[in-house]
Design a protein around this ligand. Structure first.
Ligand code: HEC
Length: 493
């Protein structure tokens, strides 16, 4: 062994601990471990797992709304013939679970925080165990008689939330095969409403002339609308916008789910209003494409009035960002103090290409609660809507804290060039770090009522509601309250 080899060996050993230390966090893309489960832990006999009996129902619930012949995904997963050859890749992509590349795209980390979301179609540990046992065992079909009845996407699949009450169309837009991204106003389209209506849900889809069997493997190749930020405005007799009548609506982005507003906090679409499609971001996809957006609204019944006002803190930082080149784990922090009692309806991490994770925590006094940590993949911009009885219920004075995790190394397939420093900005190669979710403010009375509802469902003092730091705080009794009730409550605890 010559001295140069020795030196090289020494260099390797000297560097090794540094390398290991740099990988000691489990969050980064480089060390993300697949979520593998042993069949025995779920009393599953691996040899008995079949496509017809066990796998098809999972695919129907969590995959086929995209993976059917006319859906947004690159291949259909509706028959055994189609699914069989993807068995290994299905196993791999589902086992990623909550990081970039995971299927289905729903990235909530299951081992921490709140678990109840209205739009959760993720897979359970047992379902992952079934898929893994099945793929490892040669992906057998089993008895076709065990198959669940097929879903009909031609009729059911066009609107995820079902046929809307009102559909408003944007103008058609044509993008050339190759060209720079386009930003701007694509017009104002009347809703045709003759009376005020409170909106329960809104779903937006792009309809374009790209053939369903195009065979592209990227989401970007199937669409021209990267996103659309829009408002509704009231119009006067001349068709001009009336100032002060604007309502903002959740953003449309490629891969984003539909929005369902809570029963107590609908949004107003006014009589004689129009959608102002002022902020579109369009992008060429390699093929001349003409497309439009379709806005599908469903309404609350006539006479409905919301109880809560939608208002909440803005969390994050869209401008002042300093992202180092080629570095695996970079953390960003943003804090805001709640000035009113607040119920968080939805969490929507928004990062750009380097982003791979965001956590949100609530700090109350010396307590720090992780509300949720979710993975992030800039191909999918997901909003996570809490179940009404699990949504964070935070007293004024709570400090909300979000933590963004960015990876600009070669491990991040979404980063175009690992060598670039990047700051804040609107393009995907620039960065953002914000929570686009939304909240409602509660009066003292509403806050106490909601907490009492939670408390009533908790069985004993060990039953803990992670989003409700004051749920178990002693109730403040005012003068004149019945002392016997207080006594009874104390004895129960
Ligand atoms: C919301 C739509 C959507 C859902 C739901 C969805 N997928 Fe996908 N899937 C896509 C899209 C779009 C792609 C291509 C882009 C990508 O790879 O991320 C894809 C890619 C894949 C791939 C990789 C294909 C390849 O060529 O390697 C696999 C495997 C896959 N999905 C399996 C699944 C399974 C299994 C489920 C359900 C457990 C599922 N997907 C749920 C949209 C979806």
């Amino acid at each position: 062994m010559n001295s140069r080899t020795l030196l090289a060996l020494f260099a390797i050993f000297a560097l090794l601990p540094v390398g290991l230390a740099a990988q000691s966090h489990d969050g980064a893309l480089a060390d993300h471990q697949p979520h593998l489960f042993a069949a025995a832990d779920f009393d599953i006999d691996p040899g008995a797992v079949t496509y017809s009996k066990d796998i098809a129902p999972i695919l129907q619930r969590s995959c086929q709304n995209c993976h059917w012949a006319g859906g947004g995904a690159p291949m259909s997963l509706t028959t055994y013939g189609e699914v069989r050859r993807y068995a290994q890749r299905i196993k791999d992509r589902t086992a990623i679970r909550d990081r970039m590349g995971a299927m289905p795209p729903f990235f909530v980390e299951k081992d921490i925080g709140i678990h109840e979301f209205t739009n959760d179609y993720s897979l359970s540990d047992e379902e992952l165990a079934l898929i893994q046992a099945w793929a490892d065992n040669g992906a057998p079909e089993g008895d076709p008689a065990d198959m669940p009845p097929p879903l009909n996407f031609e009729t059911d699949g066009n609107w995820v939330l079902g046929e809307p009450d009102l559909v408003v169309l944007s103008p058609d837009v044509t993008m050339p095969a190759i060209g720079p991204d386009r930003w701007g106003d694509i017009g104002t389209v009347p809703t045709g409403l003759t009376e005020d209506r409170w909106v329960k849900s809104v779903e937006i889809r792009e309809v374009n002339d790209i053939p369903a069997d195009l065979g592209t493997s990227t989401v970007g190749g199937r669409y021209i609308f990267h996103h659309m930020t829009y408002t509704s405005v009231g119009l006067d007799e001349n068709g001009d916008a009336v100032s002060g009548t604007s309502t903002s609506w959740p953003i449309h982005e490629v891969g984003r789910n539909a929005d369902i507003f809570p029963d107590r906090a609908g949004r107003l679409l006014a009589a004689n209003s129009a959608l102002s499609l002022a902020n579109s971001h369009l992008h060429s996809n390699g093929r001349e494409t003409t497309g439009r957006l379709e806005f599908g609204f469903t309404f609350f019944p006539e006479g409905y009035e919301p109880e809560y006002t939608r208002r909440g803190p803005r969390l994050g930082n869209g401008i002042d960002i300093d992202v180092a080149a080629n570095r695996g784990e970079q953390e960003f922090h943003s804090f805001v103090t709640l000035e009113e009692h607040t119920k968080i309806i939805a969490f929507e991490p928004h990062l750009h290409a380097p982003g791979y994770r965001m956590c949100m925590e609530a700090i109350w006094g010396h307590n720090q609660f992780t509300l949720n940590c979710v993975g992030y993949d800039h191909n999918w911009v997901k909003q996570y809507i809490y179940e009404d009885d699990a949504a964070p219920l935070l007293p004024k004075g709570t400090i909300l804290h979000i933590i963004g995790f960015l990876d600009t190394s070669e491990d991040n397939a979404n980063v175009a060039d690992a060598r670039n420093w990047a700051g804040g900005g609107r393009r995907s190669v620039s960065n953002m770090f914000i929570d686009l979710g939304y909240s409602v403010v509660l009066t003292e009375e509403q806050f106490q009522t909601e907490m009492a509802e939670r408390r009533a469902k908790m069985t004993d003092r060990n039953d803990f509601d992670v989003g409700c730091p004051l749920c178990w705080a002693p109730t403040i009794m005012t003068a004149g309250d019945d002392d016997q009730d207080t006594q009874a409550a104390r004895e129960q605890q």
